[in-house]
Design a protein around this ligand. Structure first.
Ligand code: A3P
Length: 307
């Protein structure tokens, strides 16, 4: 375990190099407990992602998809709860009282939906060995970096100096960021999705934006809850897309105020949701440096990004 001084780190607590990834100190106990105690059920659905890749959106869509027969849209839980409250991060809920949590988990409605930022190799064995499903989202690392840098400056305690883009970029290029390196994270799930396509659905934020309708139906089929023809012709897929859209979610009262995940102001989860916003921040030398790293790390994997 290696620690990074907090003044120079992304967030106020420390990051620890643990099992090959940089784990925020706030999450480490939860990661241990989750690895040791989580008993996956075949019906579980895990939303996995590298932070700032579209997790909130995918959680909302998946919650609406798997519950499409259960909740009327006009009275939907997503109108009154933040997606992270409906689909909690396992590494966060496992920070609490384990006995109470385990008995609560065993009584949850099926399918149970959870989120995680933990890299594939560090997931509990029960997830790997059961028939539970994983939906993974990744995003162009240039945009993920800008999204992370903005987000962490917003949520950093005001007592700490603002993290400059140069400092953040140097750390990001070394892979030092919560749950990073980001390329190892996506490659871990990517390789596993090639080996077990029925277990892991690998989605790209940019593709989901380009044809949300197609991917919503794809997620529904993958999770074994496809829309019927009548549901489709009644506009249900479009209604779910609208309910989970950036504009809709950002402007809901429940997402404008209050905190989630212990200390994160919900409003900071919704920034611009633009593809290619990085061009407004990157210098030519930054473009060159990150392009080379990504090309080198992803070479031969079959994964690539348009920049
Ligand atoms: P930007 O910072 O580029 O705006 P995560 O949910 O993994 O933290 O990812 C955050 C990114 O997803 C942010 O990107 C945020 O604005 C965007 N986002 C949040 N809700 C979204 C939604 N409903 N649809 C599309 N993008 C969304």
């Amino acid at each position: 375990i290696v620690s990074l001084p907090k003044e120079r780190g992304w967030v106020s607590p420390y990051l620890y190099l643990f099992q090959g990834f940089w784990c925020p100190s706030t999450h480490i106990q939860g990661v241990f407990n989750f690895q040791k105690n989580f008993d996956a059920k075949d019906s579980d659905v895990i939303i996995a992602s590298f932070p700032k890749s579209g997790t909130t959106w995918l959680k909302a869509l998946t919650f609406a998809i798997v519950n499409h027969k259960r909740f009327p849209l006009e009275n939907h839980p997503l109108l009154t709860s933040n997606p992270h409250q409906l689909v909690p991060f396992v590494e966060l809920i496992f920070r609490g009282d384990i006995h109470e949590l385990i008995s609560h988990l065993s009584t949850m409605n099926k399918p149970r939906l959870f989120g995680t930022h933990i890299p594939f190799p560090s997931l509990p064995m029960s997830i790997k060995e059961s028939n539970c499903k994983i939906v993974y989202i990744y995003r162009n690392p240039f945009d993920t970096f800008i999204s992370s840098w903005s987000f962490f400056n917003n949520i950093r305690p005001k007592s700490l100096p603002t993290l400059t883009i140069e400092e953040a970029f140097e750390m990001y290029c070394k892979g030092i960021i919560g749950f990073g390196p980001s390329w190892d994270h996506m490659l871990g799930y990517w390789k596993e999705s090639l080996a077990t396509p029925n277990k892991i659905l690998f989605l790209k934020y940019e593709d989901l934006r380009e044809d949300t309708n197609f991917h919503v139906k794809r997620i529904a089929e993958f999770l074994g809850c496809p829309f019927t023809e009548e549901e489709e012709s009644s506009g249900m897929v479009e209604n779910i897309i609208n309910l989970c859209s950036f504009e809709k979610m950002k402007n809901l009262e429940v997402n404008k105020f209050g905190i989630v995940g212990g200390s994160i102001e919900k409003k900071y989860l919704f920034r611009k949701a633009e593809i290619g916003d990085w061009v407004n921040y990157f210098s030519p030398s930054m473009v060159e440096k990150l392009s080379k790293i990504i090309e080198n790390k992803l070479s031969g994997s079959g994964l690539s990004f348009k920049i």
